[in-house]
Design a protein around this ligand. Sequence first.
Ligand code: SF4
Length: 252
Amino acid sequence: MSVSLPSSPELPTPSYPAVLLGTVEAAYARYEQQAAQFMQGFVAQSGQVYCGAGCFGCCNMPIRLSLAEAALIASVLSETEAKRVEKHAHKVIHNAHQARSEDEYVLGHRLKVGYCPLLGPDGACTRYAVRPTRCRDTYSAMPAVYCEAGAWEAMTPAERRAYQQQVRRTPGTDGETHFIEPLEQLSEPVWQECARAMQLAWQLEAWGDFWVLVTLARSHDFMGAITAGRKGEALKVARRLGLEHPELLELV
Ligand code: SF4
């Protein structure tokens, strides 16, 4: 069964299998419940969570998701939002082609590509209910200053050593970065559910960049190829739209 989603006359949104969207929503709901339970225990044991409403320091990070999650987001975007996401996707692709290393890619994304176009002027996510898994599981166990783009690069060697010591002493981290690791681990079942839902719906999986995949999810040609299980054709459509990149769009 498919659901026809709200569309505009200029660019009707493709239909996505209802069961696929429902699986993603259910996986998100389970994640939220488990994450809330974890947080309660974490804070009760003196763990600190520095994230809160209006803090958007990580909203300029590259974000990876599944096409199943992208479809859920694409299904609710207005034309204006979709256009902003598409523009962002082209900047993401440009940065990826320019970057000579993973570090350069991430820094370029944060400093030049910039903040997610779904970030509101008040610093809140305008599409909180359908935000991707990665946006749900990124929580800081140290002050937001450490989440800022270029924070690590700006540190002196002594400051880096102090940061690393602090990370190792901070409960909830993996000892390498200041993010709360168990919340990231709780995402594993969400990824697995998304993979299973894509296999059931399309007999393939598509993974990649958030804004690239959301834009492609709104393309009838791309989704037609995906629905037909034609990976080569889907890649051709992505190339035609200027959204092909081996790491930002992976079909498996
Ligand atoms: S979807 Fe929302 S939470 Fe995620 S990066 Fe964009 S604005 Fe931030």
